[in-house]
Design a protein around this ligand. Structure first.
Ligand SMILES: Cc1cc2nc3c(=O)[nH]c(=O)nc-3n(C[C@H](O)[C@H](O)[C@H](O)COP(=O)(O)OP(=O)(O)OC[C@H]3O[C@@H](n4cnc5c(N)ncnc54)[C@H](O)[C@@H]3O)c2cc1C
Ligand code: SF4
Length: 443
């Protein structure tokens, strides 16, 4: 149920009904077979390819591109999925312009990389649309592993463990699997129910049982999981959000951007999601950009994204910043919120300009706002967890926590970028270490 439907000025259906589908259509429409061949032809199949090292899951990119070029896209998909079981989603959401495509020698030489992300999508879609699952399970090891969280980290870990012959039970607090693939990624990056289709496809490996509506904490204890299973993997993501910490923060119309985005992703009709006329988004990461762009696509008249530092310090990539600008989002930098104004509901928000050292310059800015989205970072929420480091579960390079028999990965674990592809890599690598540990091959 979309939230905030009673805030004055925040209404659903700002656009003509027929325009919504176009507004929220695929950001990068898929390549057809001919386009894929032309794109694959640009690859130099480099020895020591820098694109591989730039990929957190270390997919053999020149190999899969060659497989596309030789007319075997399903083999290409298997190459991708062997390293990254969510290669289909990553092809849609990875900031390739900062990862593989940034490292591509054709980007360095000509400013025009091989379209690695789109080729990856071409291959994985080709295989998944035929409903082929190219992996099978090893003989049963008789070992059982509990996975907490059915996001990219948890599902990647579960899939690899199931492949290696372990039985896996996944617990997730939400009613659907996929984590932020289902509840967080922008609507125009994953269209047509792809997130759930990918989960259904992934589960075809067998040996994975998912229990929904079961949260570690209220419903399950870590001690009980450690007693009942041979190993435990924690992939709970970041459940908390930072507060603005200014006067008026609690006024009607001031919302967490992640909740707005989740409402939009879960709406059966995006036209039913209410949006303001004057929307202000506070933050500088992907969540901020996604909330701002989607508010604009829903028909908000003025959308302003306000960030406390310069554009070069924004976590959102240059591509994302340009996308926001292209959609009509105004970006204001070097400003911090000082007060949310309004009688009950927000009407205006005041900012102080700051210099590079974050010191007030004495200048202020007031923006009309009937909806304010806070996107100033997520935090790890959880009691009774293994030792933390910088607010996240402390892990070593193999994903081991300070508790014997407990591994962690993805956003809830220390180290690594908070990206889908990193979560998949960490889930996979923890599974390999759990397997080595359970089968006595661990160092
Ligand atoms: C709005 C938004 C947009 C983003 N866009 C991009 C993007 O375009 N590209 C990109 O690469 N990355 C993006 N990211 C980051 C990416 O989504 C995350 O890095 C990734 O989802 C992390 O995966 P995870 O499995 O660690 O956690 P999550 O995806 O958060 O999954 C955690 C799972 O654990 C469950 N859970 C939580 N607490 C409990 C509990 N106590 N007990 C049981 N289950 C629990 C949750 O319900 C959830 O299913 C975005 C993030 C946000 C917030
Ligand atoms: S760096 Fe670019 S050209 Fe070289 S193998 Fe990778 S994708 Fe192909």
């Amino acid at each position: 149920m979309p939230n905030d439907s009673f805030t004055p000025g925040v209404v659903p259906g700002r656009l003509e009904p027929e325009t919504y589908q176009e507004q929220f259509s695929d950001l990068h429409p898929p390549l057809d077979a001919h386009e894929a061949l032309v794109a694959a032809d640009r690859c130099y199949f480099c020895h020591d390819a820098p694109c591989i090292t730039a990929c957190p899951t270390e997919i053999d990119i020149p190999l899969f591109i060659r497989q596309i070029a030789t007319g075997t896209p399903d083999a290409a998909a298997k190459t991708i999925l062997t390293q990254n079981i969510m290669g289909g989603m990553c092809a849609r959401v990875c900031p390739t312009e900062e990862l593989c495509e940034q490292a591509c020698v054709r980007e360095l030489a000509e400013g025009k990389p091989v379209l690695i992300g789109q080729l990856q999508r071409y291959a994985t879609d080709h295989l998944q649309q035929q409903d082929i699952h190219p992996f099978s399970r090893a003989p049963s090891t008789g070992q059982k592993v509990a996975v907490v969280g059915a996001g990219p980290a948890g599902l990647s870990c579960a899939h690899r463990l199931a492949m290696l012959g372990h039985d896996v039970v996944v617990y997730d607090a939400r009613p659907k699997a996929g984590g932020l693939n289902e509840y967080g990624i922008a609507t125009y990056k994953t269209t047509d129910g792809f997130a759930q289709a990918e989960v259904d496809w992934l589960l075809k490996i067998g040996g994975i049982e998912i229990h929904y509506g079961k949260a570690l904490g209220p419903d399950l204890s870590l001690d009980a999981l450690r007693d009942g299973f041979d190993a435990v993997f924690l992939g709970m993501g970041l459940g908390g959000v930072n507060a603005l910490g200014v006067a008026g923060d609690g006024k009607e119309g001031v919302l967490d951007a992640v909740n707005f985005i989740a409402d939009l992703r879960q709406a059966s009709d995006v036209a039913s999601v209410p949006v303001g006329r004057d929307v202000v988004v506070i933050g500088g990461g992907m969540t901020a950009v996604d909330a701002a762009v989607q508010a604009k696509l829903l028909g908000a008249l003025n959308v302003t994204l306000v960030y406390r530092r310069g554009r070069d310090r924004m976590n959102a990539s240059v591509f994302e910043q340009d996308l926001a600008a292209a959609k009509g989002v105004r970006i204001v930098t070097h400003a911090v919120p000082t007060a949310v104004l309004g009688n009950g509901a927000v009407r205006e928000i005041e900012f102080a300009y700051v210099d590079a050292a974050m010191q007030p310059t004495g200048q202020t800015l007031r923006l009309a706002a009937d909806q304010v989205f806070k996107a100033i970072g997520q935090t790890f929420a959880g009691d009774g967890m293994p030792a933390l480091e910088n607010g996240k579960i402390k892990v070593d390079a193999a994903g081991r926590t300070a508790l014997e028999g407990v591994w962690a990965g993805g956003d809830c674990a220390s180290g690594g970028d908070d990206l889908t592809v990193t979560a998949v890599a960490e889930g996979r690598d923890a599974a390999l270490d759990i397997h080595a540990h359970l089968t006595g091959k661990a160092g």
